[in-house]
Every structure is written in C-alpha cells, then in structure tokens.
Design a protein around this ligand. Structure first.
Ligand SMILES: [Fe+2]
Length: 121
C-alpha cells in the first residue's frame, strides 16, 4: 500500500470493512462469493451517509495484477435509514488459486479493503 488512503480492520468491529465469504470454490465450477458491508455492525443508508459501492477483485497466483470481477452500486438512499442491505452474490470462473480483494466506499469515511485467499477444491 502506498499510503493510508485505503483503510482496513476487523469487520466484526469496523462496520466499513467489506466481508468476503467464499461460499463455493470447486475447480471447474463457478466460484461463489458473498460480499457484505456492515454484516456485524450495520452501516447507515441515508442521503448524508451511505455506502456508495463495493468491488471485488481476483488476482490469480502468478498473475501480475488484480482483475476486477464485479462492482455493485448502491443508489437508493433515504431521509431515514432505508432497508437496503449492503450485500451481493458474485459468481465467476477461476482456474487457479489466488487472492480476493474487496473495496468498499463510504461517502463520509472513505475507502476500505479486505482480502481472502481463494483455494480451489
Ligand atoms: Fe460511513
């Protein structure tokens, strides 16, 4: 990391950190990942304060850079908290093991990241 622009932490204590749940990782089949923000501690969803998007990247072993797999935009906000849950299911093909990276963006608190190892069965 070049700067402190992107923050991280334990998602169980820090509501901005994206959570990566690898739900299926069988070689030759779609990898299934559930992404969430605020899973343990909910994050507001008002016009003034909300999660605008999160992204998932995958960097296969031996590949020089991460590949952007998915972006999820959250565009509905309200005067009061709406019922939007910041979750998404992402499916993609992977031929190799590698590293998953997730980024989330809060309009007030900035960029947050997390990572997880993808190990194909
Ligand atoms: Fe925030």
């Amino acid at each position: 990391m070049l700067s402190k622009t992107i923050m991280s932490g334990d998602w169980k204590n820090e509501k901005h950190v994206p959570v990566i749940h690898i739900e299926k990782s069988v070689k030759g089949e779609d990898v299934k990942v559930k992404l969430a923000v605020g899973e343990e501690i909910g994050h507001p969803n008002t016009f003034e304060h909300h999660i605008a998007w999160f992204k998932l990247f995958f960097q296969p072993e031996g590949f020089p850079k991460p590949i952007e797999v998915s972006t999820v935009d959250f565009t509905a906000h309200g005067e009061e908290d709406t019922l939007t849950s910041y979750t998404a299911e992402v499916n993609f093909k992977a031929e190799k093991n590698g590293k998953l990276f997730a980024l989330s963006y809060c309009n007030i608190h900035g960029l947050w990241e997390s990572e997880a190892d993808l190990v194909l069965e």
